[in-house]
Write a protein that binds this ligand. Structure first.
Ligand SMILES: Cc1ncc(COP(=O)(O)O)c(C=O)c1O
Length: 447
């Protein structure tokens, strides 16, 4: 595998990065959030390594928000992209192409049995928009149950589904979205403890439907693990109970696999497969095309048939994005990368549990599945003070960057680390990341 290009001598005092940051500040919307006090201007990547404009290298354990699922500049994916660009790069959804039909057939094969027909768009936001529309058309109802701490994107509807005040620019614009409590055991919204709670958070959906809707809903949209929410992982029985209630009131289950999909949760293609229920509609984006823009809404043929109006997506099913997705999926299958996600995820998790034992006051919770592991930082877990430790989180974040490790943050208060390397991660990479995290917690004065 090609290494990053030979190390260029850093530009004097980081001037190149500074120049890029200044232009970003001047010409982009100021609200476009960026990580770190001094955002990193990345210029190249290979596998799990990325390099900035000044020649500094980093081990990437966030993959452009769980998107680079088989590594940066993956040779097989890049070859497929280049061949497709040279052949045909755009036609719109008005014309069938081979990459699009191959991808749709592949997705029908690897998603839960009853899902068969796909609609391609260019982002996770559009995939969720399409899914909600299909739930409404197929049921004839309009109300949607979503989850608190969920994230669906940045359109009007997606912001209305999103349940984080921090990500909402405007008050709710779309009527009929009701938010059930999140299955967030570490901060149980019902102040109960699993398992004696009897998974009351799932059962509460019935009360929500009966008291805040017409009693007939279009659907329930949920992530198998809440990503932006801070990798909130529900108890195993949650989805069976929740989906059972949703069906009783006429709704379909929309599973948002934008973060949990494409083998990330380990051993299986989709996060929901760990929870024993089959969705009626599934959405994907991020990791499905290793970084090329692609949104997918896959549904049962009955649900797909309920859209009667004309529909088009100019960039939906772009042949280059579809070629990238086909190569990504092939690679995940050929190299059993979902299996690697399970094995490396277990190893990473053990290391993070060990980190929690070293810093028992500061680390309140370690959670997640496969290569989707969250670490929640609090003021003092040992005395039961679970106040989000925002300042400490930022210090550890900066220290890990200084030591050459990129990770993500999440949670309503931004106090949860999101650790999610590419599925091609090795044991040596995980060891390196854990060593940097240990040093960074120490340097940030975690306890
Ligand atoms: C679970 C989930 N759904 C939907 C979206 C929206 O995807 P996009 O940013 O591609 O529009 C995101 C983005 O982070 C997400 O995490």
């Amino acid at each position: 595998m090609r290494e990053l290009t030979a190390k260029a001598p850093p530009a004097a005092n980081g001037t190149e990065s500074r120049r890029i940051r200044e232009k970003h500040r001047e010409f982009l919307f100021p609200a476009t959030i960026q990580y770190y006090e001094e955002p990193i201007a990345l210029t190249e990547g290979k596998g799990l390594r990325v390099r900035d404009a000044d020649g500094n290298d980093y081990l990437d354990f966030f993959g452009g928000i769980l998107t680079v699922s088989v590594g940066h500049a993956n040779e097989k994916v890049n070859a497929a992209i280049k061949a497709q660009v040279d052949r045909l790069s755009h036609v719109s959804s008005l014309y069938p192409t081979l990459p699009v039909v191959e991808l749709a057939e592949r997705l029908a094969r690897i998603t839960p049995k009853k899902l068969k027909q796909s609609c391609f768009t260019a982002s996770g936001t559009e995939a969720d928009e399409t899914a909600v529309m299909m739930a409404q058309l197929s049921t004839g109802s309009s109300e949607i149950v979503a989850l608190r701490h969920g994230y669906s994107g940045r359109s009007m509807l997606a912001q209305s589904l999103t349940a984080h005040s921090t990500w909402r620019a405007l008050p709710t614009q779309v009527a009929g979205v009701k938010h059930a409590v999140s299955p967030y055991c570490y901060r149980c919204p019902l102040h109960l403890t699993y398992p004696s709670c009897g998974v009351a958070c799932a059962k509460d959906i019935e009360e929500l439907i009966r008291t805040t809707t017409t009693g007939r809903i279009a659907g329930f949209l949920a992530e198998p693990i809440q990503g932006v929410g801070g990798f909130i992982t529900p108890p195993p029985e949650y989805f069976e109970i929740a989906v059972g209630i949703v069906k009783k009131y006429g709704g379909v289950f929309i599973c948002d696999e934008v973060q949990t999909g494409s083998g990330r949760t380990g051993g299986k293609w989709w996060g929901i497969e760990h929870w024993g229920v089959e969705p009626d509609i599934m959405t994907m984006a991020k990791g499905v095309a290793n970084g090329l823009p692609l949104g997918v809404t896959i549904a049962t043929p009955e649900i797909a048939a309920s859209l009667k109006a004309l529909t088009i997506s100019t960039f939906g099913g772009n042949p280059v994005s579809c070629a990238a997705a086909n190569a990504t999926i092939e690679l995940i299958e050929e190299e059993d990368l979902a299996g690697n996600a399970e094995r490396m995820g277990r190893f990473l998790r053990e290391g993070l549990e060990e980190l929690k034992r070293r810093f028992p006051k500061s680390i309140g919770d370690v959670r997640g599945m496969g290569l989707m592991q969250g670490v929640e930082l609090v003021e003092d877990e040992t005395s039961g003070d679970r106040t989000p430790a925002k300042a400490l989180t930022n210090r550890v974040f900066e220290e890990s960057k200084k030591r050459g490790l990129l990770i993500g943050k999440g949670g309503l208060e931004g106090n949860v680390f999101r650790i999610a390397p590419a599925l091609t991660v090795t044991r040596a990479d995980v060891e390196e990341a854990l060593a940097i995290l240990r040093e960074s917690f120490q340097a940030a004065d975690a306890r």
